[in-house]
Design a protein around this ligand. Structure first.
Ligand code: NAG
Ligand code: NAG
Length: 243
């Protein structure tokens, strides 16, 4: 499901979002599923609303890696530009603004999304910022990650799971305790990632919220380039190992 994102396509994009199963069957008819590695970007607004997925898609295309399909019931952002030029990318994802890991674990959301997109070969996760912003504990958030991991393994035992540490946010936005919560959750996530033998993306180290975000939380162009650059080697290895 690759679109060139231009204003006249907005109607088509909303149609796609409303009719994911029809879009999938059309897609399958055009290119057999065996040709495409299905990759689900999953998280909250940092996944849904910013352009790192677009830059990541472009980097993969530029490297000749075109046998991929980003999947999910969401579609967007409508436009991403890089150095002023529009970027063409596959906009599908499962980023849901404001959502928490603890919410997904309690609500069965991920199982529903994985069933709708089956089989998902690779999942890329950046999730937990809102758990900290809403003052859920690090241990409850890690328990939620345990639940989500079982759902992924149940859906596809061979699924490659890429988990990003959380990018830091400006303490001026939600207070120092939330910023500290993200640091504490990242430390716990690092252990969790090692323990569960999933793939680490460290998008925290070196990310500067004062120059790389729009308002202290959501990556701007520079921050999205940073995220794409950090996801890229890990995702590329997962794709090449998996094909
Ligand atoms: C997750 O699932 C719960 C329970 O069905 C639902 O209330 C909630 O809206 C879902 N969240 C998202 C972001 O889809
Ligand atoms: C500072 C830095 O960029 N650290 C890591 C960022 O993420 C990549 C991919 O996981 C690592 O290789 C870097 O060491």
């Amino acid at each position: 499901m690759k679109f060139t994102i231009l204003a006249p396509l907005c109607g088509l994009l909303s149609l796609t979002a409303a009719l994911p199963s029809q879009q999938r069957s059309v897609n399958n008819a055009v290119s057999p599923r065996a040709d495409k590695i299905r990759i689900m970007p999953m998280g909250a607004s940092i996944v849904e609303t910013t352009c790192w997925r677009a830059y990541l898609w472009q980097k993969l295309q530029n490297a000749g890696i075109t046998n991929i399909d980003f999947v999910g019931g969401q579609s967007g952002p409508a436009t991403c530009t890089l150095n002023g030029a529009p970027v063409s990318f596959d906009p599908n994802n499962e980023g849901h603004s404001g959502a928490r890991a603890t919410e997904y674990a309690a609500g069965g959301n991920l199982t529903r999304w994985l069933n709708a997109q089956k089989p998902v070969d690779i999942i890329m996760i950046h999730l937990g910022t809102n758990d900290m912003a809403s003052h859920y504990s690090v241990s409850d958030t890690i328990k939620a990650y345990d639940t989500l991991l079982s759902e992924m393994r149940a859906s596809n035992p061979a699924m490659k799971i890429i988990v990003s540490l959380l990018i830091p946010i400006d303490p001026k936005l939600f207070g120092q305790d939330v910023t500290d919560g993200i640091i504490a959750l990242n430390a716990a996530l690092r252990d969790w990632i090692a323990r569960n033998k999933v793939l680490l993306v460290d998008n925290y180290t070196g990310f500067d919220y004062s120059t790389m975000t729009i308002e202290g939380e959501h990556p701007n162009e520079k921050g999205s380039v940073f995220m794409a650059d950090h996801f890229y080697p890990v995702l590329k290895n997962a794709i090449e190992g998996g094909s």
